[in-house]
Write a protein that binds this ligand. Sequence first.
Ligand SMILES: [Zn+2]
Length: 405
Amino acid sequence: MSISRREFLASMTGLALLASPTGPARGSVLPSERYALVGNVLPGNRTPPLKNHAVLVDKGHIEAIVPASKVTDRPIVAPSNATILPGIINAHCHRMHSPEERSQRWLRHGVTAIGDTASPLTAMPLLADSPPGTTATAAMAGPMLTPPGGYPLPVHSPEHAMIIRSAKEGRDAVMRLSDLGAGMIKISFEPGPMPKAWPCFDPVTAASICSEARKKGLVIRCHVEDLSGLEPALDAGVHTVEHVPHRWNTGQELRSVLHRTNGKVEPIPYYQSLLERMAHDSVILTPTLDVLSRSVWNGPELHEPVRAYAAMGGRLALGNDFPYRRTEAGMPLREMNLLAMSGISNNEILESATAISAMACGFTDRGVLAPGMTADILMVKGDPLMNLGVLSDPIHIIKDGVFVW
Ligand SMILES: [Zn+2]
């Protein structure tokens, strides 16, 4: 991210012009504890924008959102033409473990929290280390739980997996990960490419992992790229489906997940019925179109199921699966643009990137601008509802109430 000196000074000028008598002196540093951010406020949950409102922040939390004219008791930061929205959450990514890496690769670009959806056990203490106001908060899953030989073992290094041979081992692993600070667990139903399917969990083991995770209050994230894995995943009771299913390995042949009907391309009826079940059960889909579009499947197999799911009222989280297939860290604009290609509106994309991604990661204290929430906030120039590109160059990035930019 870069910010011009002119924009920075314009922002500071807004501060100086509107600062209350008790606020910082003209041209001084940004306020630190108790202040108001003024602009058009997008709370992050599809609420219509609140024009010329103030987000009141006190000691790292949001105190209230009020009309700007009501603010008389604290310094005001009011850059011209600013929109205020929650920090962006990349709900599905990997690898950037240390606080320093998460600061450089995520926070300094406006991504204030991430969901690390599988990493080695050794990464968990690094991901848990989040001094307030310094780095992107991480929800973590630890290693993926998998049966012997199952995904991710055929493609990723063994430290990314924990091998589970029985229902009891599954329950024990969930308890161990929970004790290590995991807020999520990750499993998969992934047969992989033809002809020989990779092993997947039997229903008893999968259900016991999921029921233990629910008992512990952990979000159950499930990798499903192949349609054959979707029904067993839903039967097991997962909360999220990671990667939009885009192919169908029946065991005998590879089939399309789409068909043409009345001149329209849409998911086959079996897939439609599973998407309807997901929408009914409030299962979150994290399509990860950025990574999948870099494969041979780039096309309607990715976009049509996402379009269908959104049309049913299904909830979409935003994640790009960094760093696989050369996806990039920073503001996940490519994922946003691909969601737009699936017919998702900018307002829905912003909800996905904030409130719904927070749910997918198990964050209950961030993802929307509301009283009591942690002050993870972006101020951007212009209107992201008109142009998501303005997210790439925030005026201010606020983490736990601290101005980091
Ligand atoms: Zn992933």
